[in-house]
Structures are given as structure tokens and as C-alpha cells.
Design a protein around this ligand. Sequence first.
Ligand SMILES: Nc1ncnc2c1ncn2[C@@H]1O[C@H](COP(=O)(O)OP(=O)(O)O)[C@@H](O)[C@H]1O
Ligand SMILES: [Mg+2]
Length: 439
Amino acid sequence: MKTVIVAEHAPFVGTLAQEAFSQSQGADTIKIVAMPSSLEEVPALMQATKADVVILALDLEGDPIAMAKFLAHSYPRALVFAIAAPDTHPDQLRFARSQGFRDILVRPLSLAAIHHAIEKAEIEDRQPKAAPHTTYGTYTAPTAPSTIKSRVIAVYSPKGGVGKTAIATNLALAYAHNPTVKLSVCLVDLDLSWGDVATVLGLPASIPTILDWIPVVDRFEGPIPPEKVQELVVHTAFNVDVVAAPFSPGDHLRFQEKGQEDQRIRWILESLKRDYDVLIIDLEQQLRDSTIVTIEMAHRTLVVSTPDIQSLKAIYRTVSKLREAHVDVSRMRLVLNRMGRGSDLPFADAAAMAEQMALPVMAQLPEDPQMQLSINMGEPIVHRMQKGPFVTALRQLAHAEIPVFGRDKRRGTPVAVTPPVPPSKEDSKPFLRRLFGNR
Ligand SMILES: Nc1ncnc2c1ncn2[C@@H]1O[C@H](COP(=O)(O)OP(=O)(O)O)[C@@H](O)[C@H]1O
Ligand SMILES: [Mg+2]
């Protein structure tokens, strides 16, 4: 049983107070001993109760960060968390994390969320300190060498805002932190116009981007040597290397200047494929040459849809177009994201549409209210949380593709085995010429 002090504005603690006095989930592991609505009261309450956990709202009057530091100094065994509104500026959240708050919880607070944060902190404390990014959750860092090589997984959707980046980023992190084998993972942002992988990972704008690869692949006229690859990728604290998209919209046109976009993208991907065990590629919605090259090179393309008619119809039209242009779509699978929001198409209807377009459903990922906060914090949800609806389903999807998450306990979920390496199509023509010109 953990004793907890919650310093939060009075209007936000209504449900928590109700939960604390009822028999709801978590009430047997957590005891709220005080709910002050000002920071000033915290030191006296802490002295009286010696609570195990203190939770401070970041927007209470006064200086919550100074209070967190005081508590860390005077009560080093206490866990100090912050509460923030869902739209708190990411810089403020990152700053709070760096200044002694163990974790940030999102308003409105619940016993289950407090319970989860305590559990996560305790697990982290049990892990060796040396390499925090390789140890998280209940997993121990893998030691077995990788037997998986050059696996390419692309994430695509003809519609924006369906969760491509969320899925690609979290998938990359899931593989990098799997419990079984040590995998080198590279995440490539091929959303050349509006890519935001760097933002989602909290990376600064000063990092190299994919534009820096152009002169190098042009010089080598093919895949570039491994030492050049290591100069051009961005090494992140998440144990995932990143190739970021251009930061300014329109800059992607440089891929078409004095050379062919598809050729350059192929050389970049061939270089990375040679050097990494797993390559995750976040594609843009346009069917441009870089998209087609990637789909042809990938062992798997996850086509993401939200469960609504516009998104599914856009996929229907796109898949038909790809077939018309003789692009091999047999390795594509549908992933339904943001399931369970209430007003959406039921799964059976979405599955019927998928069947009509001969696109097998590979996974359903649920709506998760923690997702947006993770994006704002620049820390993907699989890194922030050990459990939760999205995290659990995403790991199942990752495992279905590359089985590195232990025994597969699921029954009846549609899963397809990865097909063999596709033949490389060195001589394939750019997409528009394939569609309209002679082949
Ligand atoms: N499973 C989910 N639950 C809740 N929100 C989600 C989920 N997946 C994506 N989102 C939200 O949808 C928005 C768009 O996601 P994003 O990955 O950027 O889409 P895309 O890359 O397809 O444009 C983000 O704000 C993200 O928070
Ligand atoms: Mg995106």
C-alpha cells in the first residue's frame, strides 16, 4: 500500500476523490492521504505523513519545480510526479522531467494512472543504471545476437493523420527494446514533404536530414560505405538511429534536381538495409517514386487506416492504382488504428472492405488517450509506458512481424508470415511512366 499526497487544483480532483473512497480498481494499492490545493501546504503534510508518493500540478501557484527539488533532497525515497494539462507545451514537460519529476501524469488524474506510474518507476529502479534506453518495462536487455538481418517494414497510408508516424516510431522503438535479441534499428522518415519523426522523438532542428545524403549517394552512384552511413544517420537516446525528413516543405524537390528521385532513394535504402537489422520507413501519403521504390523493397508494408469510410475508400483506390501499375501489393497488410472511438465503422464492416480489396487485416490498434501527451513530450508511448491499450497491441503487431517478444499467446488474431526477400528491381521505371507509359 502506497501513501500518496496529491497537490492539485480543487476542481480537478473530484473523480479521484470519489475513486479513493470507493472500492474502485487501484484503491487497494493506493491510499490518498492528503489533497491540498496549494503547494505551500505540501512540506507540512509531508512531514506529518511521510508519504511514499507526492504528485504536484505543474500550474499551481508558486514554484512546483523548486518544490520537487526540495522533496527530492529532503525525502530521497519519495517518488515525485507532476500533473499536467494535456495541452501543456512540450518544452515545459521536458524541462519538468529534467528537473527531478520522475514522470508526468495527464489530467484528470485516476488511481489507475497513479498505480501505473508507481509501478513503472519501481521497475526502472530495479534496472541497471548504465544504459537506461536499453532497459525498460519488465524486459531485461537482450543479449542474444541478432539472427534477423535487413528486414524492411514500411508504414503507408494514402490519408494523412491516421497514425503512420505514431506506428512507425513506436514500432522502431519496440524492436530496439525487445526482450529477446539485440537488434540494430533505423527509422527513416520518407514523408519528404511533411515528415515529423524528428519532432515526435524530440530531436532538434540542427540534425542532418535526408537531404544531406543526396551529394554522397550521387558521388558513389550507388549504396554508400558503412562509415558514411554512420556519419549521416542521427543516433538517438532511444537506441534507434534516424534519417530525418527535410525540415522545410518544398525542400524535397531537391531529390528531383539533376537526377532521379527513385534512384537516389533506392541507393539510400540499400545502404541502410545492408547496415541495420531492421529498417522502419514512415512513408508519405503521395504515391511518388520514393513511395513506390520503398513498397517494392519492403518485406512488409503496413497500410494504416482509421475505421472510417473515407480512409478505407482512399486505400481501396490506391491499392487498385498500384495493381494497375503492376506494383506487387502481395506483401501489404491493413492495420486499423484508433479503434474503439465509438462512432466509427465496426470491425466487421472494415474487415469486409479489406476483404473486398484483398488486403488482409494484420492488426487492430486501439485509441489511446496517452498518445497525444507522448507526442507532445517527444517520448514515444512504448518508451513512456510499459502497458496500456496501444502499447500492448503494438507489441503484438511487432511480434507478428518479427517474433522477438517471447511466446505468442494470442489466438485467432489475423497474422501473416513475412514473405521471402523481394527481388530487387534495378530496372524498374518511375511510377508515373509505369502507369501511363509503355513498360
Ligand atoms: N492509437 C491512437 N490513439 C490516440 N491517438 C492517436 C492514435 N494514433 C494516432 N493518434 C493521433 O493522431 C494524430 C496523427 O497521428 P500521426 O501518427 O501523426 O499520423 P500520420 O503520420 O498518419 O499523419 C496524432 O496527433 C496522434 O496523437
Ligand atoms: Mg506522419
